[in-house]
Design a protein around this ligand. Structure first.
Ligand SMILES: C[S@@+](CC[C@H](N)C(=O)[O-])C[C@H]1O[C@@H](n2cnc3c(N)ncnc32)[C@H](O)[C@@H]1O
Length: 357
């Protein structure tokens, strides 16, 4: 039996009414989801959205601007326009839509790097192995590339690592303001961002609170490219400590407040180790705020469930439900006080490290 054949134990199909033409069409579209993702990736890589201004342009003009062949570019634009990314005008030119504008690098809430990140070359190797990951419950990344995901990213896929950093930077920037507005830092004089990426959330908080001190902990390759404001010579450097390390091994940082945002999405063992390391490092009474997108409370179930599956493939991880994250935090010894939305996509789990008996 090949991997694509149904098992001999499959039940015979139940008698059912003939499928509606709409459902058949929708399923055909679904199985071509890769074409849709590839088209968006091609538009982002070619820089079509950046080349198109506010005036509609012909495929020929756009082809000249992005150094492509006009006929295949027109086909690409037609496919994209069928999904509402760009639109074709009555005279056969192409214009921006809300969605295509967000592929511009200079768009205020640009999704260009998120579009590239979600369609990086390794994803196209990983998706066909989803059935394996579902069977085994494990990530397939080590089988594919001989090492764990973040090791591969930093050792072998420099371009992908840069796209990842930029995608994280863009989404951090977009959520940093929301988080800074959300967090009440009364009585907090030091904050540590664990797995804080290049430090946009931290820099935002340090700029907002001039007496605050901050620590950014992340992997060495990420710390090396921290936000220039936080590095030596930067405007916030005298209030910042940069710590290169693995938070699953140790968190050698003392702070009043620990922020752990969008990193507890790997396997549960890594999450347990990270939370226990925070509890071990923190003084009793310190505050630990975990910020995550929840799979059971999201305005975008299709995006979040897709990301959940990608996390299964690459790091053996998952997007959490409210219950699963509460369970892991409580097991680690944290007292969760409340769970509140930071914005429609993110929830903050506000907790404290209990006084040791
Ligand atoms: C999805 S990003 C989130 C970044 C940032 N917290 C934010 O919300 O924008 C996950 C971060 O975890 C970091 N990370 C992954 N494994 C880590 C580890 N073992 N120790 C410390 N940081 C790690 C990655 O380098 C990356 O910056």
């Amino acid at each position: 039996m090949t991997a694509t054949e149904p098992s001999s134990t499959a039940r015979p199909p139940a008698p059912s009414p003939a499928p509606s033409p709409q459902s058949a069409m929708r399923l055909r579209e679904l199985v071509f989801g890769a074409a849709c993702a590839a088209a968006v990736r091609a538009a982002a890589s070619l820089g079509i959205a950046d080349a198109l201004g506010e005036e509609p342009a012909t495929a020929e003009d756009l082809a000249a601007a992005v150094r492509a062949e006009p006929r295949p570019l027109r086909r690409l634009l037609r496919a994209l326009a069928s999904h509402g990314v760009f639109t074709e005008t009555d005279d056969g030119r192409y214009a921006h839509t809300d969605m295509s504008r967000q592929l511009r690098e200079d768009a205020p809430n640009s999704l260009r790097y998120i579009a590239l990140w979600c369609t990086e070359p390794w994803t196209w190797q990983a998706w066909p192995r989803l059935d394996e990951a579902v069977r085994s419950g494990r990530n397939i990344f080590p089988d594919l590339y001989g090492k764990e995901f973040f090791d591969y990213l930093h050792d072998d896929a420099g371009d992908s690592a840069r796209v990842f950093d930029k995608a994280m930077t863009h989404s951090s920037r977009q959520s940093a303001d929301d988080l800074a507005a959300f967090l009440d830092l009364d009585g907090v004089s030091s904050v540590a961002d664990i797995g804080g990426g290049q430090g946009h959330v931290l820099a935002g908080l340090l700029e907002k609170y001039p007496a605050l001190h901050g620590t950014l902990l992340d992997l060495p390759q990420v710390i090396a490219h921290a936000d220039p404001r936080l590095r030596a010579g930067g405007t916030l450097a005298d209030r910042t400590e940069l710590v290169a390390g693995d938070c699953r091994s140790a968190i050698p940082v003392r702070a009043d407040l620990y922020i752990i945002k969008n990193i507890l999405e790997w396997d549960d063992d890594s999450t347990r180790r990270t939370l226990r390391n925070v509890v071990a490092a923190a003084r009793p009474g310190a505050r630990v705020v975990v910020v995550e997108n929840l799979v059971d409370d999201t305005p975008s179930m299709r995006f979040t469930t897709a990301m959940d599956l990608l996390l299964l493939l690459n790091v053996g991880g998952a997007k959490h439900s409210r219950e699963s994250l509460l369970g892991l935090m409580t097991d680690a010894g944290l007292r969760v006080k409340d769970v509140r939305p930071v914005n429609p996509y993110l929830h903050a789990f506000d907790s404290t490290v209990p006084v040791r008996q």
